[in-house]
Design a protein around this ligand. Sequence first.
Ligand code: NAI
Length: 480
Amino acid sequence: MVKICCIGAGYVGGPTMAVIALKCPSIEVAVVDISAPRIAAWNSDQLPIYEPGIDEIVKQCRGKNLFFSTAVEKHVSEADIIFVSVNTPTKTQGLGAGKAADLTYWESAARMIADVSKSNKIVVEKSTVPVKTAEAIEKILTHNSKGIKYQILSNPEFLAEGTAIEDLFSPDRVLIGGRETPDGQKATQALKEVYAHWVPEDRIIITNLWSAELSKLAANAFLAQRISSVNAMSALCEATGANISEVAHAVGKDTRIGPKFLNASVGFGGSCFQKDILNLVYICECNGLTEVANYWKQVIKVNDYQKNRFVNRVVSSMFNTVSGKKIAILGFAFKKDTGDTRETPAIDVCKGLLGDKAQLSIYDLQVTEDQIRRELSMKKFDWDHPIHLQLMSPAAVKEVSVVWDAYEATNGAHGICILTEWDEFKTLDYKKIFDNMQKPAFLFDGRNVVDVEKLREIGFIVYSIGKPLDAWLKDMPAMA
Ligand code: NAI
């Protein structure tokens, strides 16, 4: 029986390994983590992440060929293939702070693999890492090898949170990069055979190591760039009376462009896009490619501009101050169908409103109060992020209440901000909500989920990203 061990039981390690276990009953999969609470949650009925479809798979495989454990060294030493899916956040200190990927977790995993291995191993980079990381990992492993042979493969993960299981079941592609030596090719083949249990051969792409590593950064940069492009257009739509939904539809009909990922919004979030672009920028700068670095930097600048623009629109519409006003925040997760709040635009919007002394009442279907409070009081790296420079005093977080119902959040509110596209927000009883709000009642839709005309008929003053402004908003232009 082939044994797989995955180091890191997070948003990637958990679902990816659960699907491998489901699709490959002949393979034993152990997912290990240094976080005991995380492993305990994977072994309970309350999994540590919310992801549609994952509960059933874990229930089906756990205890059979899928195991979650803190016995990191034991499972690593027994495995034939070791996936490393630890976090690779942006460095906050030292050389490259605010841009470069922090590979501390990766390096310590590699050193541990070298310490405990007693047989040859295939080590798979599952985390998103800077191009050329495999070379560094190889050095760590081979300098401590005690005669053991290691093959390093790059197998970046392209799943999207919220649709992770769907994405893993039928991926657009699986990418495997390896050394072009006979041993490298053998390792690549071994990993390919794992995926071939359910992924059609023509969707498994084999490349060299550096192409695989760089493709993941490139893919995320391209995706984020599309969002920043449509968001930049949304600002021009508001200034001119064009409608971003119509523009995006017309543009997306061009088969060279395509319709996906063209929804204007308050900005992109999630743990990956910003981190991976910053990392890309850093790598470009290290290679002396200043123009290329500046090009990608702009994607993040436009994203920050979009979040700032939204906050400014809210404040300027409400008579240039939200001080003491109750603002309901509907949605805190960075997208629907996930409880993940890493880099969610809601953080910056809430901080911006708190900076103007608003009182926030926050409701999200999946995010806990603790998580929201933690996000709002955490400091971030401040590279080129003007909005992050307005760090909150802890006291300001006291102006936040977290509730478990949209009607409670909006009761008595002066304004509503929709910051996540949860389906529930499309079907709320907005007449009832309007009746219980202060007047004039404002609604700022950061995800374009509500029917603007219907809400205006009810009496709301509605702002929807990139849509023609109503008379009220035209009279109070946002200071961009
Ligand atoms: P995560 O933070 O949810 O999980 C990482 C886990 O690794 C944590 O539970 C942590 O305790 C564990 N860990 C860290 N060091 C360890 C060590 N030495 N030994 C054992 N466990 C250790 O991170 P997530 O979101 O799963 O991301 C992992 C990697 O995958 C990152 O590089 C990310 O960029 C990449 N990625 C993430 C995607 C996402 O949607 N979240 C999608 C595609 C790639």
